[in-house]
Design a protein around this ligand. Structure first.
Ligand code: 3SL
Length: 237
């Protein structure tokens, strides 16, 4: 019988090169809030999202006439059209449009992963759809947590742990890196109440100060959509 594919977790983009060993699938997670917002944007009809890492690139796209969103440290950057609030994408104003987005961590993580054959964006909001997709693919998978400025964060790790937990329990994948085992245990401790478990997480506190509780609640709610954003030639579709 052929070996089972692996699923492993990398805690932050600056560790990516240590964990990336040519896995054909990379799953990028930024629960609060970039990948959650991307799922919502597609659910509400956005056609494409061009994720850019720097504000300079975002300004270039603005000059070319694109609709451009930019977030830094949880706030919309002055001069841009929108940020990365998931609830902010619950509108038909982006329906059928291509938008450009830059965020503190999430878009950079997506661009870090772009050497993989397949890159998808995940969060709690599309967890079942992502789990199902990965189970069907049967390929080595690396989960990349966006973290916060290259540091570990709880919410992305727990979401990554949920994927590992599912795929290992289903018997479709194996997982043996310590980071993946740790992510799985954190998920198992958090799964009955993500909101409570993450009460003391640094990013939840940061967003709470900015009055973004609604975004936090939404982002921690599983399975709001079955959309899976895929990166194709630098664009999410
Ligand atoms: O880092 C990111 O990509 C953002 O999602 C951060 S925030 O939730 O907008 O603060």
């Amino acid at each position: 019988m052929a070996d089972k594919p692996s699923v492993e977790v990398c805690f932050s983009p600056d560790r990516f090169d240590l964990y990336y060993q040519g896995q054909p699938i990379v799953v990028v997670i930024d629960v609060l809030r970039a990948t959650t917002a991307m799922c919502v944007a597609f659910e509400y009809g956005v056609e494409k999202i061009i994720p850019v890492s720097s504000l300079e690139e975002a300004i270039e796209y603005q000059r070319m006439g694109f609709l451009v969103g930019a977030e830094r440290n949880g706030k919309i950057v002055d001069g841009f059209d929108f940020g990365n609030s998931p609830t902010g994408f619950m509108t038909d104003k982006f329906n059928g449009k291509t938008i450009v987005l830059t965020t503190t961590n999430g878009t950079r993580a997506i661009n870090t992963a772009n050497k993989a054959e397949t890159v998808i964006a995940a969060g709690f909001v599309n967890l079942d759809a992502v789990n199902q997709y990965l189970k069907e693919q049967q390929r080595d998978t690396l989960i990349l947590c966006s973290g916060w400025k290259d540091r570990f964060n709880l919410e992305d790790t727990i979401c990554g742990g949920a994927i590992v937990d599912y795929l290992v329990a289903e018997g479709s994948h194996i997982s043996d890196h310590d980071s993946s085992v740790a992510a799985k245990y954190l998920y198992q401790s958090a799964k009955t109440n993500y909101f409570g478990f993450l009460k003391s997480s640094s990013h939840r506190r940061r967003l709470k100060k900015l009055n973004l509780q609604e975004d936090i609640k939404y982002s921690l709610t599983p399975n709001k959509t079955s959309v899976i954003p895929f990166l194709k030639e630098g664009e999410l579709i």
